[in-house]
Design a protein around this ligand. Structure first.
Ligand SMILES: Nc1nc2c(ncn2[C@@H]2O[C@H](COP(=O)(O)OP(=O)(O)OP(=O)(O)O)[C@@H](O)[C@H]2O)c(=O)[nH]1
Length: 276
């Protein structure tokens, strides 16, 4: 029966050149033909090619992912409840505004990439609850912030006075190098204004901060203020940029994963999604 080939595919054991004991009779011993050998070789080559293809695909995807941005910064929005922190964030990241106030519970974050001085800066912006009862949770986020927005509402004298309290918390819990800017939100509400622009300017100067009056409602100074804080953080870290690039590499990948998996997307430790 030498050199005999089967019309239909031979059983698996046939490829081994012999049948299992129990199957020997009356089935003839199968010997591999040159055609079979060529088939095997074809299969092996195809398998190797597929593996190479998958490997290159993985490398390409990984490379593309790694180049999505150069550095990652964490910014924090602080200020009394109702000053418009969530709305500022939603306006900046999604260009959306909602007139209702649903208090943030805990913290929440959103991401955005900016191009600054040819550097792709990915910013992770944390929106914190302004309500006193969440302060224990929110203070835990100060430590990892590189930039902080101190937000008050120009229609609320009280929220302006509380800026001093927010600033002293930052002093206590945030890193020394943290960059800050002062934001007076709701600039569209001129008729309800309780805090003059000059007061904001003076306070900012006293703290050595930049100052912006913004409106999440009209989109006034939103991009400008976020970009400015990102620039300040970049400048403050420029010397260490190379170190920063490597040291944040893990964060960077974690952030990318968080985004891909939607682990925290819009939710952080919060129950208030960015819907305004
Ligand atoms: N007119 C006007 N209203 C605004 C502006 N920004 C926010 N608001 C309104 O102010 C209210 C509070 O806004 P939020 O963004 O939820 O306030 P918040 O600071 O995040 O509040 P907490 O989550 O409780 O800390 C909402 O009714 C918003 O619509 C603005 O620029 N102009």
């Amino acid at each position: 029966m030498e050199g005999r080939s089967f019309v239909s595919s031979p059983p698996l054991w046939a490829h081994l050149g012999a049948a299992p004991i129990g199957a020997l009779t009356p089935t003839p011993v199968y010997r591999r033909t040159e055609e079979d050998e060529a088939g095997w070789r074809r299969d092996v080559i195809a398998l190797v090619l597929i593996q190479f293809f998958c490997f290159f695909l993985f490398c390409f995807k990984f490379d593309a992912m790694a180049k999505q941005y150069d550095v990652l910064f964490r910014l924090l929005l602080l200020g009394d409840s109702g000053v418009g922190k969530t709305c500022l964030l939603c306006r900046f990241t999604d260009n959306e505004f909602h007139p209702s106030h649903i208090s943030t519970i805990g913290v929440d974050f959103k991401m955005k990439t900016l191009m600054i001085d040819g550097i792709k800066v990915r910013i992770q912006i944390w929106d914190t609850a302004g309500q006193e009862r969440y302060q224990t949770i929110t203070k835990q986020y100060y430590r990892r912030a590189q930039g902080i927005f101190l937000v008050y509402d120009i229609t609320s004298e009280r929220s302006f006075q509380h800026i001093m309290k927010w600033a002293s918390d930052v002093e206590e819990y945030a890193p020394e190098k943290v960059q800050k800017i002062l934001v007076g939100n709701k600039s569209d509400e001129e008729q309800k204004r309780q805090v003059a622009t000059e007061q904001g300017n003076k306070l900012a100067k006293a703290y050595g901060m930049d100052f912006y009056e913004t409106s999440a409602f009209t989109n006034h100074n939103i991009k400008e203020s976020f970009t400015r804080l990102a620039e300040l953080v970049l400048q403050a870290n420029k010397k260490d940029l190379e170190v920063l690039r490597t040291s944040i590499n893990d964060d960077l990948n974690i952030a990318a994963l968080e985004e891909e998996e939607g682990m925290y997307d819009n939710h952080g430790d919060s129950q208030k999604a960015c819907w305004c």
